[in-house]
Design a protein around this ligand. Structure first.
Ligand code: ADP
Ligand code: ZN
Length: 587
């Protein structure tokens, strides 16, 4: 149990501890499946004319969605965006949504982060230039973070003390491999960091390199797949060849699951992945006598990894990194508060209490947002109010005022969200409703945000059934009061299905009893242990849970039509309601 604390269940728990129920925007539904291929110059012209709403870049392929709804696809000159931070910054300023995949993503992330910090006037231009200047060409995959990058140490990683303790030995080894071996330490080879996204796995790996003073080679599992046969394996070879040149170093492979998925599972790039994985295993097995190289891999899907990866001599040290608890969150906030000016009144512990379920990355983002909010209002220190506003923003997503809802869509959204909010306000086991809003954010047309009073580590059946009813509250309101069913409920339905599936398959909360049911294609080297007949029963129970939840919420809303109406009308009037207002309207 203890060795594999990161199960799907923990991921679910992390995902629902601070709940935002959102209604997906209908516009995504109508997205055309085909893109128009155009020359690169057309894209630049579209930028210039301000016609572009968002771009999605993956290596050198760029897809742009125009405000008109059209979609373009083009090939950018290699490294074009990476070498052109100015352009990226001006696009971002103009409100163009920028999404990036794969290795290109790292470049953008670095730039975006640096640009953000730059705005706060904390990092000089030189630092920025040295870093962007280091961005490698698209062909040279592994990125070496050398001396020019600010070294990261264990002090920069907070709230993961146990992981740090386990990793200290790796630092000792990297510092002086020969001495370490002489003193009888068991020479480590591979470390697998597993945990949800944004918990600091990459940061931890970098800090090991920083502590030991060795180079850090970065690669992402997704770079090794989705390609022609043999390319992934060749890249692995090159990565290790690079590493051997350095002697002592860390190879970090993010998203190892992209390569190391259990071989039993079927998928398109199956063979390619197999070759890549084999090459990785060959390289790791060939380490004998090579002393100073440590491979650190990260994943958030520990459960689907090929067992071959976890054998002795490969990733035989497994360290799990979870979302931080209150104390951890306070420490992480403190780390990030170092870079900004906080008002003396600010109590980080209070903010930490109000952010259950937040990852380290969320908290970093929160501090960053708070600094921007403070800056915008002309204050030179961040206040409690700024932090709280930033918290809401991080939780609910960035407002997208450019998304013009029709009058009808607005009305439907208001009633839909009111449905969620009223069910949540009435059910005894529900987390407090913190905010309801019909301002479009990201892909959502509206959100209902709940905030638990304390961290939750386990869930009772009552709580989960309550959550299902709240999720169904939007659809129930659509049916009851507007006699429609919209695609806006798709995200609710997806999440309800996921929760109900866990209840039946993992938590033993159905008449099928306390058994674990695993789908055939889940992999993990385990065979599904049940018959088709059982599979049908599992499906039936999942359906029953969700259907019952929909009935519950319909019954409640029918009884409290007045409350739903009051909340919906007030939402149409002022767009966002807080806890107090919802309380007044419902009770
Ligand atoms: P992961 O690799 O687990 O997805 P990252 O290491 O990329 O997460 O985290 C992204 C950013 O979030 C970090 O660069 C850091 O700013 C912040 N962060 C995440 N976890 C922590 C932590 N435990 N302590 C301090 N900062 C953190
Ligand atoms: Zn909804």
């Amino acid at each position: 149990m203890k060795r594999f604390p990161l199960t799907r269940r923990n991921i679910l728990i992390a995902a629902i501890s601070a709940i935002v129920i959102s209604s997906s925007a209908g516009v995504y539904f109508g997205r055309p499946a085909t893109y128009r291929d155009v020359p690169f110059s057309d894209l630049l012209t579209a930028f210039e004319r301000g016609e572009v709403a968002g771009i999605r870049a993956s290596d050198d392929e760029v897809r742009a969605s125009l405000k008109s709804g059209a979609e373009l696809r083009t090939t950018a000159p290699a490294g074009y965006f990476a070498g052109n931070a100015e352009l990226v910054a001006s696009l971002a300023r103009a409100g163009v949504r920028i999404e990036v995949d794969g290795s290109t993503g790292r470049m953008f992330t670095t730039m975006a982060a640096l640009l953000g910090i730059g705005m706060l006037g904390l990092v000089g231009f030189t630092a920025w230039r040295t870093t962007t200047g280091r961005i490698p060409s698209v062909t040279g995959r592994s990125k070496v973070a050398g001396k020019a990058d600010t070294p990261v140490t264990f002090d920069d990683v907070a709230g993961v003390d146990e992981a740090k303790d386990e990793l200290r030995e790796i630092v000792d080894f990297l510092k002086e491999p020969a001495r370490f071996a002489r003193l009888g330490g068991r020479v480590p080879r591979g470390v697998l960091l597993s945990g949800p996204p944004g918990t600091g796995k990459t940061l931890l790996a970098r800090s090991i390199a920083g502590e030991a003073g060795v180079p850090f080679l970065f690669a992402s599992g997704s770079e090794f797949v989705e390609m022609f046969a043999g390319v992934g394996a060749a890249r692995i070879r090159r990565l290790f060849k690079d590493a051997r040149k350095h002697g002592r170093c860390i190879i970090f492979i993010d998203e190892i699951d992209a390569v190391g998925r259990s071989r039993g599972s079927k998928s398109l790039s199956h063979e390619e992945r197999e070759q890549t994985l084999n090459q990785l295993l060959v390289e790791m097995d060939g380490f004998e006598g090579h002393g100073g190289i440590i491979v650190i891999a990260a994943t958030n899907r520990h459960d689907i990894l090929d067992p071959a990866l976890l054998r002795p001599g490969r990733f035989d040290r497994q360290v799990s990194v979870g979302n931080p608890d209150v104390r951890g969150r306070e420490e992480i906030l403190r780390v990030h508060a170092r870079g900004v000016k906080m008002d003396e009144q600010v109590q980080l512990l209070r903010i930490a209490r109000g952010t259950p379920g937040f990852s380290g990355a969320d908290l970093a983002n929160l501090v960053n947002e708070a600094a921007l909010i403070a800056g915008r209002s002309g204050r030179d220190a961040i206040t409690d109010a700024d932090l709280e506003q930033a918290r809401d923003k991080v939780m609910m997503g960035v407002e997208r005022r450019s998304l013009q809802l029709t009058a009808r869509e607005r009305v439907v959204t208001a009633w839909h969200e009111a449905g969620h909010a009223v069910v949540a306000a009435l059910l005894p086991h529900a987390d407090r409703v913190h905010k309801v809003s019909i301002v479009p954010r990201g892909r959502a047309m509206g959100v209902t945000m709940q905030l638990p009073d304390t961290d939750r580590h386990t869930y009772t059946r009552d709580y989960l059934e309550t959550q299902l009813a709240i999720l169904m509250g939007g659809r129930a309101a659509e049916q009851l009061f507007l006699q429609v069913e919209t695609s806006g409920a798709s995200n609710d339905i997806e999440r309800a299905t996921e929760i109900a599936t866990h209840m039946v398959c993992n938590f033993g909360m159905s008449p099928l009893g306390p058994l674990a049911f695993r789908k055939q294609d889940e992999g993990g080297g385990q065979k599904a242990g049940f018959s088709d007949d059982t599979a049908r029963k599992v499906d039936d129970e999942i359906l029953a849970l969700v259907t019952r939840a929909l009935e519950t919420s319909r019954r409640m809303l029918e009884e409290r039509r007045d409350a739903v109406k009051a909340v919906a009308e007030r939402l149409l009037e002022i767009e966002t309601l807080d806890a107090e207002e919802i309380g007044k309207l419902v009770n």
